[in-house]
Write a protein that binds this ligand. Structure first.
Ligand code: UDP
Ligand code: MG
Length: 337
């Protein structure tokens, strides 16, 4: 049983809160105070560490973070990035600074409610490694919620991770999940897909979502276009990472079959002397599909060469448990292994 599931009174469980912020001067302090108060009310077993990451703010965010870190030493920390790098990079910087057994991510704009923290912990306690918030009733305009619904459906369908709300910034992770994923670009919304790929258990809870009272949203519709492009990257580096030949080869075989059937049909017409085939668009299509097929299959083969050269999951620990001791392994004969 994990340390978390049966806490000893003396055994402190540290909750780290990683909070990326770009121009959120009005909400940083109330958010920090609410988190401290909610965790404080959860009993003596919990220790809190709030890590604000200033992602190139141009307002007063950094000086407010500095003041908070000064006032609440040991509980609040602040990191300032040299410029605006985007949320995924800010999260990664915060994760590196985190020391907690459980790590939360929250948006800095108070749209996520700290009162939900105990519910996330309950969900982790039920045996999950990653709990994602689901803003079932969103307080955002329809221009945001409709594309978001489509985006989530496509992501869930293609990735096999059944979440309703991949974009929700409110999530809780066991430390080992954070240690197993690497974030860059805008891949933060795919942490559940990346975590699922290495075998972690993922779930979601409904969370309240408040309207934004201060500041402005940093994202518009373009996030979904970029998000879908990122989805291709994520699928390519998870599902097909070990078998590029199946992805490209599969498409190549499909193109080859259609092209081959087209050309067979035209050849039959030619032999039966039914009519001229040289000027038919179908001939061009058939020839193009056959060439495409050879190219795609070759891509797949080249991809397979690459993964033989370099192990793509180097550095990721895929093992969850080990039985037996190293001494026994050392004593065993090579034949027995
Ligand atoms: N954010 C960030 N860097 C960016 C953009 C956003 O750190 O380049 C932070 C932002 O300050 C907020 C969170 O990411 O804490 C979510 O952003 P936002 O509230 O604008 O997204 P929305 O709620 O509109 O989806
Ligand atoms: Mg927001």
């Amino acid at each position: 049983m994990s340390k978390f599931m049966n806490p000893e009174p003396t055994d402190l469980i540290e909750l780290s809160f990683v909070i990326p912020a770009k121009d959120e001067q009005d909400t940083l302090e109330p958010l920090a105070l609410q988190i401290l108060s909610v965790v404080g009310s959860m009993g003596n077993n919990y220790k809190v560490k709030i890590i604000f990451v200033d992602d190139g703010s141009t307002d007063e965010s950094w000086s407010i973070m500095e003041n908070l870190a000064d006032k609440h030493q040991g509980q609040i920390f602040a990191i300032r990035l040299r410029r605006n790098f985007g949320k995924a990079v800010a999260l990664e910087a915060g994760f590196r600074k985190s020391t907690g057994n459980i790590i939360f991510t929250m948006d800095a704009d108070l749209q996520d409610d700290p009162a939900e923290i105990p519910r996330f912990i309950e969900a982790l306690d039920s045996g999950l490694d990653l709990v994602s918030g689901w803003k079932k009733r969103r307080h955002d305009p329809a221009s945001k919620t409709l594309p978001s619904r489509l985006f989530n459906k496509v992501t869930a369908w293609t990735s096999g991770v059944q979440l309703h709300d991949f974009n929700c910034g409110y999530k809780a992770y066991r430390r080992k999940v954070i240690e197993s994923v690497r974030l860059y670009g805008e891949l933060h919304r795919y942490i559940p897909v990346l975590a699922h790929d290495v075998g972690f258990r993922i779930g979601e809870i409904e969370v309240q979502h408040h309207p934004r009272k201060h500041g402005t949203s940093k994202y518009g519709l373009e996030r979904y276009v970029r998000g879908l492009l990122d989805l291709i990257t994520v699928l390519a580096t998870t599902r097909w990472l070990h078998k590029p030949g199946h992805l490209f080869g599969g498409l190549g075989v499909l193109a080859g079959l259609i092209g081959g059937m087209t050309l067979t049909y035209l050849t039959t017409l030619w032999f039966l002397d039914i009519g001229p085939i040289g000027n038919r668009p179908l001939l061009l299509l058939g020839v193009m599909l056959c060439i495409l097929s050879v190219q795609l299959i070759s891509f797949g083969v080249i991809g397979e060469f690459f993964i033989r050269i370099k192990n793509p999951r180097e550095g990721t620990n895929l093992i969850t448990e080990i039985a037996g001791t190293d001494d026994e392994a050392a004593n065993s004969t090579p034949d027995a292994k």
